[in-house]
Each structure stands twice: as structure tokens, then as C-alpha cells.
Design a protein around this ligand. Structure first.
Ligand SMILES: Nc1nc2c(ncn2[C@@H]2O[C@H](COP(=O)(O)OP(=O)(O)OP(=O)(O)O)[C@@H](O)[C@H]2O)c(=O)[nH]1
Ligand SMILES: [Mg+2]
Length: 379
């Protein structure tokens, strides 16, 4: 079961360009002043949270992300060009940690949030930088700093927005197959599904939600009957539960209303919070249901569950009613997400302390040109 999406990547920032130690040499100015420019900064590798990206799958294919080096400074006051940063777009909710130390580096919890994964090296200083009234012909310069390199572990908890609940054979897996690209096994015997499956339902561009299909529940599940209720924990963070009901049971003795009530009772025993979540009744297999029996059945459900419970009638097999249902779910989920986001936005932003800069080592060059040396010594 894959409720966690993960990837390991390597990020390599660029080295800063070296500073240049150079003196002006023009035809009629034999002893020109220092003109060595600074090196450009190395490119950094930066992560940015993007709500339009849902998975880390791209990072399992592209593992190495390298930013370019800064260009070295040159004579004639030429500064080296800085390298551009490499920007990696990741899903909101991605946790980034150092693979070797396990240290958490960033938690991309909101859209647009950025984190520097590998800092590009600073450019070195050219000798022009060291010019002063007492040092008119500086030979000093500094080298560009090395860029950071890290092995990172990316982790994304794929949170289901919607959970499917229901008796075995109600058609939960058939439903997720018909509305998403997920292809869990479907069969006409109970407990076909043995572990949870996630499916992404895309109702239109940029409108999608994730559905979790879990193994069926039966009466007594909270005491361990069937596969038990262990899988209900996967529904803890969903915004909506869809309770699928087989509206056309094979055995005439089965009463869909009583069966559905029994499952809700298991839910209540498992966790009051889950029981209190918004829950819709989905009467499935309408293609098999006698149309005359449908209205009375619906009325019995409304009576048993309360008139305010939303009831949808679908056929997961033929697709009847599923499109309207998915639009309604998308709307519900969007409102719930907006409320969550508003709560998140109201939290104070944690500020990261700026990195302490290490002073650069100052190097000196020896110019073979005697004249320059003498001039330097005389000052
Ligand atoms: N006629 C008809 N059959 C359906 C419909 N939905 C599901 N079925 C059938 O019902 C049987 C059970 O479907 P599943 O999707 O495996 O049911 P499930 O709820 O996932 O079952 P478990 O994984 O065992 O809990 C299969 O034979 C499906 O083809 C429907 O809308 N109409
Ligand atoms: Mg199933």
C-alpha cells in the first residue's frame, strides 16, 4: 500500500567564480591600476511548493539536479556572470530531509513557499576590491566558494480527500476504477480488496481530489470480524466519507438499510471523530435495481439516516450518475480545503535564521612583472 510517495535526489549547487587579480595594461599606460573583477555567484538549487503538482513521481526519474558555476572575474573590470538558480517544483506537503543525517530541512506546507536546498557558492573578490589608499596595487583576490551538495530524501503523505466505506461487494473498487486511473481488483466475492488503494479523480483541469478505497467492513468489524477495522485509520484525514451501498443485493434476505446502519455502528465504535465526519450515502448498482423499488428504498434510507443526509444514486459499472457525484464531491472538497488553508494561513510564519557567512581566505598572486612588484613595495 502506497500512502507515502517518496524520492531520493541529489542537489549540487554551482561554485562561485574566482575573483581575478589583474592590472590594467594599455599601450600607453604601462602601470595601470588593478582591474580584476569579482567572480559571479554559483547557482543555487531551490524548491518551491506548487499546488498544481500532486506527486513526487517526476523526481523518481530525474534524480540529479545541478546548478551551474558562476563565471570567473576577468581583467578590465569585468565581473563574472552569476549562474541562474535551478528551481524544483514540488507538491504542497513535501517534507525534505538530509538523506545522510536524517535532519529535516524543509516542510513545504503552503503554495509558493520556497526553500534553498543547496546554496550556490559566493563569487570570489577580484583585486579591484582590495584597492585602497594604502594598497594601490593589490595582488590579493579570493576564490569562489564551493556550492553545497546534498543527498535529499523527499516524502509526501498522499492524503485522501474522500474515503470509501461499505460492505464487501458494494462496488467500492468498481467506483474508483470508473472515476480514476486506479485499477484495483474487482470481483464478485467479498474481501476482494485486501489493502487500501488511492485514486486521483480529475473532474477538469486543476480540479481533482483523491479517493481512498479500503477493504470492506462487516458487522462486528470492531471486534475483528472480516478484515477488521484497522484500515479505517486511513480515512482519518479525509474531508468526506462515501458510504457505498449495494442497492440490489443478490440475496433477497439482505436488507440494505439494516446492513448500512450496522456499518455506521462499527464506524461509531471505532472513532467518534470519524463518525462525525460529513458522510454521504451512495446507492450503487442502480442498473440492477427495479426502478419502481428505487423511490421507496431511498425513502427508507432517508428515514433511517435522517432526512439531511445527502443520497446519490449511481451505477459504478455503467457510470450512470458518477459524473454528477464527482462534481458534487469536488465542490465539497474545495470548500473544505479552503477552510483548512485559511486556518493554515492564520498561523504565524516561522522565520529561518540567516546563514552565518564564513569569511573568505584572501590569496595573493605573484606577478612576474618586476615593475608592478616594485610599485607595490614602494607603497
Ligand atoms: N451491476 C452492477 N454490478 C456492480 C456495480 N458495481 C460493482 N458491481 C459488481 O459488484 C461486485 C463487487 O464489486 P467490487 O468493486 O469488487 O466491490 P468492493 O466494494 O470493492 O468489494 P470488496 O473489495 O470485497 O470490499 C463485482 O462483481 C462488480 O462487477 C454496479 O454498479 N452495477
Ligand atoms: Mg474492493
Amino acid at each position: 500500500m502506497k500512502f507515502i510517495d517518496e524520492a531520493n535526489i541529489q542537489v549540487l549547487a554551482g561554485k562561485g567564480g574566482d575573483g581575478s587579480a589583474s592590472f590594467r595594461r594599455e599601450k600607453y599606460i604601462p602601470r595601470g591600476g588593478p582591474d580584476g573583477g569579482d567572480g559571479g555567484k554559483g547557482g543555487s538549487v531551490i524548491a518551491i511548493a506548487d499546488r498544481n503538482i500532486n506527486t513526487l513521481i517526476d523526481y523518481r526519474f530525474a534524480r540529479i539536479h545541478r546548478a551551474r558555476n558562476g563565471e570567473p572575474g576577468r581583467g578590465s573590470d569585468c565581473y563574472g556572470k552569476g549562474a541562474e538558480d535551478v528551481v524544483l517544483r514540488m507538491p504542497v506537503g513535501t517534507l525534505i530531509s538530509d538523506k545522510l543525517t536524517g535532519e529535516a530541512l524543509a516542510d513545504l506546507s503552503r503554495h509558493g513557499q520556497q526553500a534553498v536546498l543547496a546554496q550556490g557558492g559566493r563569487g570570489g573578490m577580484g583585486n579591484l576590491h582590495f584597492k585602497s589608499s594604502t594598497n594601490r596595487a593589490p595582488r590579493q583576490f579570493t576564490r569562489g566558494e564551493l556550492g553545497e551538495e546534498k543527498e535529499l530524501h523527499l516524502e509526501l503523505k498522499v492524503l485522501a480527500d474522500v474515503g470509501l466505506l461499505g460492505y464487501p461487494n458494494a462496488g467500492k473498487s468498481t467506483f474508483i476504477r470508473s472515476v480514476s486511473a486506479a485499477k484495483p481488483k474487482v470481483a464478485d466475492y467479498p474481501f476482494t480488496t485486501l489493502h487500501p488503494n488511492l485514486g486521483v479523480v480529475r473532474v477538469s483541469d486543476n480540479r481533482s481530489f483523491v479517493v481512498a478505497d479500503i477493504p470492506g467492513l462487516i458487522e462486528g468489524a470492531s471486534e475483528g470480524a472480516g478484515l477488521g477495522i484497522q484500515f479505517l485509520r486511513h480515512l482519518a484525514r479525509t474531508e468526506l466519507l462515501l458510504h457505498l451501498v449495494d442497492a440490489a443485493p443478490m440475496e433477497e434476505s439482505i436488507d440494505p438499510v439494516a446492513q448500512a446502519l450496522a456499518i455506521v455502528e462499527e464506524l461509531r465504535k471505532y472513532d467518534e471523530a470519524l463518525f462525525q465526519k460529513p458522510r454521504w450515502l451512495i446507492l450503487n448498482k442502480v442498473d440492477m435495481t427495479d426502478s419502481e423499488l428505487l423511490a421507496p428504498l431511498r425513502a427508507r434510507f432517508a428515514e433511517a439516516f435522517g432526512a439531511t443526509i445527502p443520497i446519490h444514486i449511481i451505477s459504478a459499472l455503467t457510470g450512470e450518475g458518477t459524473k454528477q457525484l464527482c462534481y458534487a464531491i469536488a465542490e465539497h472538497v474545495e470548500v473544505a480545503r479552503a477552510v483548512k488553508q485559511a486556518i493554515e494561513d492564520a498561523k504565524p510564519v516561522v522565520k529561518v535564521a540567516p546563514k552565518v557567512e564564513v569569511p573568505m581566505e584572501i590569496l595573493e598572486v605573484d606577478f612576474p612583472d618586476e615593475d608592478e612588484g616594485k610599485q607595490d613595495e614602494s607603497e
